[in-house]
Ligand binder design. Structure first.
Ligand code: FE2
Length: 374
């Protein structure tokens, strides 16, 4: 098969309709402080909370929103709770990629019939604002997909939470929606998880990258991207491939202690402004040398943006048959070299920046080297 060709899904084969990402939930050691970080460094507004004051004795969660993106930041007060066991093993990381569905019970049973493993069975929770139905299935590592049916709910987030606003003003950085969420899995497991998304959720294989597309002197990886019918859910799955030294995927797996979410790509429509704000707020990005910009326009052709501005912000450009995209990657946001964010602005392109892989992986390797992990 021709690699890195974007295949158009001719028919929608979804096992059940998915309207988008409902929320991304992080399990962390200190939810209170992490919440402040996402408010004042990333521009997310606090919208809801649960904790001891609301009757949740063991678990605290803060819900943050920007555009259509919801992050739930969760920790526990109880060292024996599975949340803190998760944090002890993986460090701060992504536990839940929640999917917004029309009928959680039906979606869950269809997924189970097709071979999904249950994380929890369907349940209905309600308060004075209505009800939400939830169910959850397992995916790679200890990550889960919680299925959220919320058409009969009018409250801030879901029953159990109270509305709560940011105490200090938060400046939106223009994040719109979750573009894609990438998982790293162990060597040999990529096809197993691609098959899971194809067979259980009815997703289509969108694109394949092999080690000829993605390799430098040291590192190599394989990647396949699966997507649902409407394209709102895109999950690239990476596995390490043999290189001369330890690949970035192996470094992740070593520190995360297994498979998990590697990065979340969030879309914006004024990336220069967004990245400038993030930099002013102290967020660090992977660095690509200035000479990248000497030849980039030869590769991608005409773009609307001022190249000098992109260079000043170190933003990368790539093009496919349908248009171009602008992208940049933060350094890991956790103490361990695990989860990071991609900031992406699409101008027609539906791909993932293949033309930047080499420059990016060399940038990642420079960081691995500094950490003593290459
Ligand atoms: Fe990405």
């Amino acid at each position: 098969m021709n690699t890195s060709t974007i295949l158009q899904a001719e028919t929608n084969t979804d096992t059940f309709p998915i309207n988008g990402t409902d929320y991304v939930e992080f399990y962390v050691g200190n939810a209170k402080q992490t919440t402040l970080f996402y408010q004042h460094c990333f521009g997310f507004e606090l919208i809801a909370y649960k904790g001891p004051e609301t009757g949740s004795r063991d678990v605290v969660s803060y819900v943050l929103q920007q555009g259509k993106i919801r992050f739930v930041i969760t920790s526990s007060l109880n060292p024996d709770h599975e949340i803190l066991k998760h944090v002890a093993k993986h460090g701060d990381g992504v536990k839940v990629l929640a999917l917004w569905v029309d009928n959680a019970e039906e979606a869950y049973h269809k997924a189970i019939e097709r071979g999904a493993e249950s994380a929890f069975e369907p349940l209905k929770i309600e308060d004075e604002h209505g009800y939400v139905k939830l169910a959850s299935i397992k995916t790679y590592g200890e990550t889960v997909h919680t299925l959220v049916e919320r058409s009969h709910y009018k409250g801030a987030f879901m029953p159990g939470f109270i509305a709560k606003k940011s105490l200090a003003p938060v400046k939106s950085l223009g994040f719109k929606y979750v573009d894609h969420c990438v998982g790293n899995v162990e060597l040999g497991d990529m096809n197993k998880w691609v098959k899971f998304y194809e067979e259980v959720l009815g997703f289509k294989l969108l694109v394949t990258f092999d080690d000829k597309d993605i390799s430098t002197d040291y590192t190599a990886l394989m990647s396949k991207v699966v997507s649902n019918g409407n394209g709102y859910i895109k999950f690239p799955i990476n596995e390490p491939a043999d290189g001369k030294k330890k690949s970035q995927i192996e470094e992740y797996l070593d520190f995360y202690k297994g498979a998990g979410v590697q990065h979340i790509a969030i879309a914006c429509d004024d990336i220069v402004h967004t990245v400038e704000s993030l930099r002013n707020n102290g967020i660090e990005f992977l660095y690509v040398p200035d000479n990248y910009y000497d030849t980039v326009l030869e590769r991608v052709g005409t773009i609307k943006e001022d190249l000098q501005e992109l260079k000043r912000m170190n933003i990368l450009v790539d093009r496919d048959e349908e248009g171009y995209l602008l992208q940049i990657f933060t350094k890991p946001l956790m103490d361990r070299p695990t989860v990071f964010f991609e900031i992406i602005e699409r101008h027609g392109a539906k791909s993932f920046g293949k033309g930047n892989f080499k420059a990016l992986f060399e940038a990642i390797e420079r960081e691995q080297e500094l950490r003593g992990n290459l």
